[in-house]
Design a binder for this molecule. Structure first.
Ligand SMILES: Cc1cc2nc3c(=O)[nH]c(=O)nc-3n(C[C@H](O)[C@H](O)[C@H](O)COP(=O)(O)O)c2cc1C
Length: 374
């Protein structure tokens, strides 16, 4: 198992091993959308539990892109001291912290209905997959949003956060711009793949301008949509290659627009057999062939032997997990002691449903067990 437990670097960031906590909305920010002791605790547990790189949950770069509350905000300089405490919490236990830069785009209206029509690439009247108020962003608004990514990244760097990851998957703003389903614009931001990728390029430039050439800049990219007329895998792979060529330092490969239910989403349920594991393996393998920067595989990774195989075969450089680490933040240490250990997570998505009820992140089964015992 040495490969997975060996150190690895993403640009200037040295990681103790190849295990990543994939970004997971912790629901633990404070009333002013600030970092809290509860968030520090989560990052301490993960880093002390053996995770090499912890990626924070969605943290909005601009108020217009807030998905719900509580959620960490990176939109003002007052975020820096809190970010510093989070970075130090992970680093003190041998881990590294990347913060995930987020803008909800039109998805905001799904969760924050009182905020008025949400900003989107395009207004799609009668949209069959999205029946919530939204409106097309103006040129000026796009420019402001791009600049906000740069400022948010600068704040992270100033705070000593090890890296940032742009969230460009799961139907949020960059994913909406990349998809021909949600992006129907006829200006320079829509139409050809090149135009639909303009937002990703401009975000890259805005961030680099603020953080310089050496700061690790990661992206989680949805390489295919699960809706008819959406992003095809062929275009998604081309997008991945272009973004790596542009200078993004690491790609995590995931879902773009989700289909109905959990089946065609990034969080598939019931991962109870080896053949259900690693459901983005093929996409990731194909991305890996097209780029020379490190690639992360995510999505239903559960057996250490399978992850070892993926890395040994060169299908990915790092392995990224979310749900199993909610139930067992010390999972990596358990695997170090016993490579055959099977995570207790059953991929029921109870954690996600709890979060949607605005409860702090926790394994729903653990909570139930605890309540029964009390
Ligand atoms: C409760 C919960 C919260 C999540 N929050 C985020 C998030 O903030 N950002 C993100 O990119 N993905 C988020 N995801 C998706 C995970 O990062 C991951 O891509 C997905 O769950 C598949 O990995 P897994 O099978 O190891 O859980 C979340 C998933 C869950 C279950």
């Amino acid at each position: 198992m040495s490969l997975l437990f060996d150190p690895v670097s993403i640009k200037t960031m040295e990681l103790a091993n190849r295990f990543v906590r994939s970004a997971t909305n912790e629901g633990a920010a404070g009333p002013q959308d600030e970092a809290t002791a509860a968030l520090e605790r989560i990052f301490v547990d993960l880093a002390a539990g053996g995770v090499g790189l912890v990626i924070s949950g969605i943290s909005y770069v601009h108020l217009s892109g807030r998905l719900w509350r509580p959620q960490m905000g990176l939109h003002q300089d007052s975020a820096v001291p809190g970010l510093r405490r989070l970075a130090q919490a992970a680093q003190a236990h041998g881990g590294r912290l990347a913060v995930q830069l987020f803008h909800a785009g039109r998805e905001r209206s799904r969760f924050m209905p009182g905020e008025g029509p949400a900003p989107a690439p395009s207004l799609i009247p009668g949209d069959e997959i999205y029946d919530f108020p939204h409106r097309a962003m103006s040129e000026e608004e796009i420019q402001q949003t791009v600049a906000a990514y740069g400022q948010a990244a600068r704040r992270c760097q100033e705070a000593g956060v090890d890296a940032v990851q742009v969230h460009a998957a799961h139907a949020y703003l960059p994913s909406q711009f990349l998809s021909p389903y949600t992006n129907r614009r006829q200006d320079r931001w829509g139409g050809s793949l090149d135009n639909r990728l303009r937002l990703h390029r401009e975000i890259y430039r805005a961030i680099r301008e603020q953080v310089g050439p050496d700061y690790p800049l990661l992206i989680k990219l949805g390489v295919a949509d699960a809706v008819p007329g959406g992003l095809t895998l062929a275009e998604g792979l081309e997008a991945a290659a272009r973004l790596a060529g542009l200078g993004y330092d690491c790609l995590e490969v995931s879902q773009g627009l989700r289909g109905a239910g959990f089946k065609n989403s990034e969080f598939r349920r019931g991962i109870d057999r080896p053949d259900k594991e690693a459901y983005f393996r093929d996409w990731t393998r194909q991305v890996k062939k097209r780029v020379s920067v490190p690639v992360m595989m995510v999505g239903g990774l559960r057996s250490l032997s399978l992850m070892q195989e993926v890395v040994a075969k060169g299908e990915a450089d790092l392995v990224s997990l979310s749900r199993p680490l909610i139930r067992e933040p010390d999972l990596v240490n358990r695997w170090r002691l016993n490579p055959d250990y099977h995570p207790r997570c059953v991929s029921c998505n109870g954690c996600l449903l709890r979060l949607r009820e605005h409860k702090p992140l926790a394994c729903a089964l653990e909570v139930k067990d605890k309540e029964a015992a009390d």
